[in-house]
Structures are given as C-alpha cells and as structure tokens.
Design a protein. Structure first.
Length: 77
C-alpha cells in the first residue's frame, strides 16, 4: 500500500467527517464561519489520528484482536 492509498484514505475520512460536523452545526442553527472552520479543523485532526493509527498498525503488522481467529494461549505455570 503506497502513499497514494493512505492519502486517499485520509482525504476520504476527513471529507466525510467534515460533512457530518457541518450538518451538525447547521442542525443546531448556529452555522457561522467560525463554526465551519472549527468543523474543518476537527475533521482534519481526527482523520490524521485515525489514519495515522491505521498506518502504524499496518507498518507494525499488529493484528486486530476482533479480526484474529487465533485465540491467545494461556500461560502455563
């Protein structure tokens, strides 16, 4: 998975989150320019954390506990 894959995932996640946060601001009835910029900032930061953690797990090959079919073995004493 190259850089293009991760960049496209980041852009997709941040745009979807921005749309959700903008809809929430409009539904509250207080959609000023500052609120929209705040939604943009939060979407960029949250998506960076989300995609960054996915990338870190991909690079470290850490298996997801819910996806793994192998159950951890109990330590023998």
């Amino acid at each position: 998975m190259g850089a293009g894959f991760w960049i496209s995932r980041y852009l997709l996640a941040s745009s979807i989150l921005f749309i959700i946060l903008t809809v929430v601001e409009y539904s509250k009835g207080s959609a000023s320019q500052a609120d929209i910029l705040s939604a943009l900032a939060w979407s960029l930061v949250a998506s960076a954390i989300f995609i960054g953690s996915k990338y870190w797990r991909y690079r470290k090959a850490v298996a997801c506990a819910t996806c793994s079919e192998d159950k951890p073995k109990a330590k023998s004493r």
